[in-house]
Design a protein around this ligand. Structure first.
Ligand code: ATP
Ligand code: BTN
Length: 255
């Protein structure tokens, strides 16, 4: 790929016209011993997956729908921070290549003008306290025409093309995202996730805001104070107590 400056990320690329989900393709390749850093890019996904068994709309040629295989030596409990790291890499790349102020909504969304531009889904295979592999799936709406978006998603979804003049160079954007994924991943492996979490704070739209936390067993309102060193969100409730919210199966809404 023309603009790529990486050592190992994206050096093996599998490009597909149509897949159910690039995460699923990459998990199968991982089971056949695909190389660390392998990327699967799809023009279209017929069964794109989001968090919490939700779907991800991935029409042909209108986005960057791709997944990255990583084989880190850090512990499984560190893995959720790869989602935060990926969001930082994506936001920085989008800001640089497209000149738009994308921001991060904890834990896994990138927003533009308050609407969802990017979704990230990290999946892990681990056993005996050791990570076999991670698959980081990233979906970026590049130029999905608004009237093509399913009606129920329309009010909350946006594409880069909705906010910039002219054509977005998908290959240049993909290369920049992969460049930043590798450089932040290298930092995380060398020094831990601390510097990445600092960068995440700079790009966050969640911190300092009133949020509604929707967990399977309870729903409450509070102020998003910070993320802790595990990447969990600290929310100060109206009674003054602080809850630590793990990404797991929680949804956050503006309150
Ligand atoms: P939360 O993360 O707080 O639960 P969310 O609605 O963003 O909120 P996710 O699970 O992160 O939930 O993302 C999946 C959701 O994204 C889907 O349920 C759907 O509503 C929406 N969605 C699916 N495809 C797209 C797309 N291409 N662009 C924007 N949004 C999409
Ligand atoms: C979410 O917002 O819930 C996460 C959406 C993740 C979508 C990407 S598109 C590429 C990769 N393949 C998938 O099936 N999902 C991820």
């Amino acid at each position: 790929m023309a603009h790529l400056h990486t050592r190992f990320v994206g050096r093996a690329i599998c490009y597909e016209e149509s897949v159910t989900s690039s995460n699923e393709v990459l998990k199968k390749l991982a089971d056949k011993n695909a190389a660390d850093g392998t990327v699967c890019v799809a023009e279209e996904q017929t069964g794109g997956k989001g968090r919490l068994a939700r779907g991800w709309f991935s029409p042909k040629g209108k986005g960057l729908w791709f997944s990255l295989l990583l084989k880190p030596s850090f512990l499984p409990q560190e893995a959720p921070k790869m989602t935060l790291l990926s969001a930082v890499a994506v936001v920085r790349a989008i800001r640089e290549v497209c000149q738009v102020e994308a921001q991060i909504k904890w834990p896994n969304d990138v927003l533009l003008n308050g609407k969802k531009l990017v979704g990230i889904l990290t999946e892990m295979s681990a056993e005996f306290g050791h990570i076999n592999y991670l698959v980081v799936g990233i979906g970026i709406n590049v130029c999905v025409p608004h009237d093509m978006v399913p009606e129920e998603l329309r009010p909350a979804a946006i594409s880069i093309a909705d906010a910039v003049e002219g054509k977005v160079d998908r290959v240049a954007l993909l290369a920049k995202v992969l460049d930043y994924l590798e450089s932040y991943y290298d930092i995380a492996c060398r020094e831990g996730f601390g510097p990445i979490l600092d960068q995440w704070r700079d790009y966050s739209i969640t911190l300092g805001k009133q949020v509604k936390v929707i967990a399977p067993d309870k729903t409450y309102v509070g102020t998003a104070l910070d993320i802790d060193e595990t990447g969990a969100l600290q929310v100060k409730k109206e009674d003054g107590t602080v809850e630590t919210v793990l990404a797991g199966d929680v949804s956050i809404r503006p309150a």
